[in-house]
Write a protein that binds this ligand. Structure first.
Ligand SMILES: Cc1ncc(COP(=O)(O)O)c(C=O)c1O
Length: 366
């Protein structure tokens, strides 16, 4: 049997039709495409992080229950440790949710409702598992369209609804009241509130109170957007009985000892450094937003995240390619078509990176 024949015989047809998620592997002087936080921590903070790894015994498996880290996450997120599930990034948590919460008593495929555009992994991970995905367009100001969400939920009777707040790629927040209203109306669906970028927005306690009052709300979090993308540490905070079910699908040693140790120190001893990072990003975001807005044919959606959503009246593709040639990688959505043809998502970089972007864009839009 040849390899293609073997693939045809064994690989799920729906997987064969998919493309793997593959970020641009090229080398760029300025990478503003992945919503990482590129600022460096102080030498003292870096020393704290290095010290966290010194006593790790590399011969042994890590703590399978990640008890210490779960306690740190629980304190950070305002919950108890048994309400926390840890994953290799929130990507793995999303996959676990879609593996376990896939029951459909009335038959048919498990279903997820998302907005569009939004974070691509909700859909990719669902498709691999044979889920149906219903995508509800954001309104003309890139906000969640609550009325259309209700209709989609009524039609699709979904297992899961994903709401990223702030949303990727638009940077827009969904008010807690909107999520409350949806979750109360549809008690048999789990609403996954993705807080990946919430540290860059307003007061996270809003969503905490909401999740405490309704069992069908779960909160997704990650360290990736806070200066620790390489660790691959994400989590879910939810009802403890639900967490116990999800834990059955978790690989026992999913988080390495290195990731557990560094993440714990990041969330405890490094909190002041995280606050400082957030302040730096917010102030650069304000500057970037206002300076981009002065360029001809360019407008920016007010962002609550660590990136900005930029509209180019004459289309985004040429700007995207020209920036790339000049060593600056941002994220373009022109291939999706429609109104996304005009949009670039630009991560807020360091002051120097943002200066370089602004000066290249000024010459390109002149
Ligand atoms: C809304 C949102 N959630 C989750 C993630 C994934 O985070 P992680 O690195 O924790 O898998 C991203 C990454 O871009 C994101 O935009």
């Amino acid at each position: 049997m040849t390899a293609p024949e073997l693939i045809e015989a064994l690989v799920l047809p729906r997987v064969r039709e998919m493309q793997a998620y593959s970020p641009d592997p090229g080398r760029y002087a300025v990478r503003l495409d992945a919503n990482e936080a590129p600022h460096s921590f102080s030498e003292d903070t870096q020393e704290l992080l290095r010290a966290a790894t010194r006593d790790i015994d590399l011969r042994r498996y890590p703590d399978a229950g990640a008890a210490s880290l779960r306690k740190a996450i629980a304190d950070y997120a305002g919950a108890d440790a048994d309400q926390v599930l840890v994953g290799v990034g929130s990507d793995e948590v999303i996959a676990m949710l879609q593996t376990v919460l896939a029951h459909t008593p009335r038959g048919g495929p498990a279903t997820a409702v998302t907005s569009t555009p939004t974070f691509v992994m909700y859909k990719m991970s669902a498709k691999v598992r044979g889920w149906r995905v219903i995508e509800v367009p954001l309104d003309s100001e890139w906000r969640l369209d609550a009325a259309s969400m209700h209709k989609a939920i009524e039609f699709g009777q979904p297992n899961l609804v994903f709401v990223a707040t702030p949303n990727n790629p638009t940077g827009t927040l969904t008010p807690p009241e909107t999520i409350r209203e949806l979750a109360e109306a549809w008690p048999h669906t789990l609403f996954v509130v993705d807080e990946a970028y919430l540290p860059y927005a307003g007061d996270p306690r809003n969503y905490r109170a909401l999740a405490r009052s309704l069992p069908n709300i779960a909160r997704l979090g990650t360290l990736s957007k806070m200066g620790f993308a390489s660790l691959r540490v994400g989590w879910l905070v939810a009802d403890r009985a639900l967490i116990a079910e999800l834990n059955k699908a978790r690989q026992p040693y999913n988080l390495s000892a290195l990731s557990q140790a560094v993440a714990e120190v990041a969330l405890t001893q490094c909190r002041p450094a995280l606050d400082e990072l957030v302040n730096q990003v917010r102030s650069e975001r304000t500057r970037l937003t206002s300076e981009l807005g002065t360029l001809a044919g360019v407008s920016v959606t007010p962002s609550e995240a660590n990136f900005v959503w930029v509209n180019f009246e004459s289309g985004a593709e040429t700007v995207f390619e020209a920036l790339k040639e000049r060593g600056i990688l941002v994220r373009s959505f022109h291939r999706v078509g429609g109104r996304l043809r005009h949009q670039l998502r630009v991560t807020v970089g360091t002051a120097e990176e943002n200066d370089r972007l602004l000066s290249e864009l000024a010459s390109l839009t002149r």
